[in-house]
Design a protein around this ligand. Structure first.
Ligand code: 8YV
Length: 325
């Protein structure tokens, strides 16, 4: 492939590792530097490769149609609900994501969020900083992991890494997923509602998108009950946010730990106002170490494409056979 055919559109922030890596592969056109996005895309309509260095606005059929020769979208993040992968498949476009390199980091964050929510560590730290410990000790926490059962919603690679950690903690784990994973070694619930009824803690780690939209709704929260704790490490779209706010307000569940929100970075004021909600600014994978590995994988998929080799991590909807002409 000559250099002319190796033109790449880069969508998203200009992270040094990505920019340097792509510069070594071909000519990079940066949306971050474009004054008018429409004119910019129109002037590069012949590109065959797009790299996204962060999750972006939805890249659907109307977007892909602008690039008739497109062969690959190399996307940052394990989640790719911002890309219509079925539309890509229909156009012969390969979509790649960045799985595995973030699995353990996100699982670490999930456990941290769970512990913070159940044992109120952020609140206790605020208490100390406010000088209140000098008056009296922080109250004993109502909740503990010691008498809880965690129902994991979604048993992919990250779900399994979370389950492994909870096993080591001596916390009973069950799970709900689209299909049973026999290798998981935990009780499987085909129905989410049944699991929510039987456990007091839900750990949500399913992919986002239409199939999981609002799956954690008022009915599920009520099944979880007044002792219930909800942890969302997936996507904001998976939880009916107003229903969650209402359930927390009315004490129909006990607490929630949220790393993701429906309209990030906006977080509903009612959630911010509640003491029994722990809010993380979407930092599941957010260490320099792990983000560098994710960035590198975005580059490596483009480099494989440029060399005419199979992509490293195509998503299941766009399995690789050959690069289209
Ligand atoms: C990133 C994520 O924080 O990989 C994912 O799907 O949600 C996170 O690792 C996210 O992509 C930020 O843009």
């Amino acid at each position: 492939m000559n250099v002319h055919n190796r033109e790449i559109i880069l969508i998203g922030p200009l992270k040094p590792l990505i920019v340097k890596g792509l510069d070594a592969v071909g000519i990079v056109h940066k949306t971050a530097e474009a004054k008018d996005a429409d004119a910019f895309y129109a002037s590069h309509a012949n590109v065959r490769a797009i790299a996204c260095s962060a999750t972006t606005e939805l890249l659907g059929e109307p977007f892909m149609k602008r690039f008739p020769k497109l062969q690959i979208i190399s996307s940052f993040g394990v989640g790719y609900d911002h890309i219509d992968a079925k539309a890509a498949a229909a156009r012969g476009v390969i979509v790649t994501n960045t799985p595995e390199v973030l699995t353990e980091e996100v699982a670490d964050t999930a456990i941290a969020l769970l512990l913070c929510t159940v044992r109120e560590f952020p609140q206790a730290e605020r208490y100390l900083r406010a000088g209140k410990w000098l008056q009296k000790p922080y109250p004993l926490t109502k909740a503990t992991l010691r008498n809880r059962t965690v129902g994991i919603v979604g048993m992919g690679a990250i779900g399994k890494a979370i389950a492994r950690r909870l096993d080591a903690f001596g916390v009973p784990v069950v799970y709900h997923a689209r299909r049973q994973r026999h290798e998981a070694g935990h009780r499987y619930y085909p129905k989410l509602l049944d699991m929510a009824r039987d456990v007091d803690t839900l750990m949500v780690i399913v992919p986002g998108g239409a199939a999981t939209a609002n799956m954690i709704n008022a009915e599920v929260l009520d099944a979880l009950g007044p002792n219930g704790v909800l942890i969302n490490m997936a996507r904001g779209s998976v939880v009916d946010e107003p229903a969650l706010g209402k359930a927390l307000m009315e004490k129909r569940i006990m607490a929630a730990g949220l790393d993701v929100f429906a309209k990030e970075p906006e977080v509903p004021q009612e959630l911010i106002a509640m003491e029994n909600v722990i809010l993380f600014p979407h930092l599941g994978s957010a260490s320099v170490y792990t983000r560098d590995r994710m960035d590198q994988l975005v580059v490596d998929n483009i480099a494989a494409w440029a060399a005419g080799k199979p992509p490293l991590t195509p998503v299941p909807e766009t399995p690789f056979t050959s690069w289209k002409n």
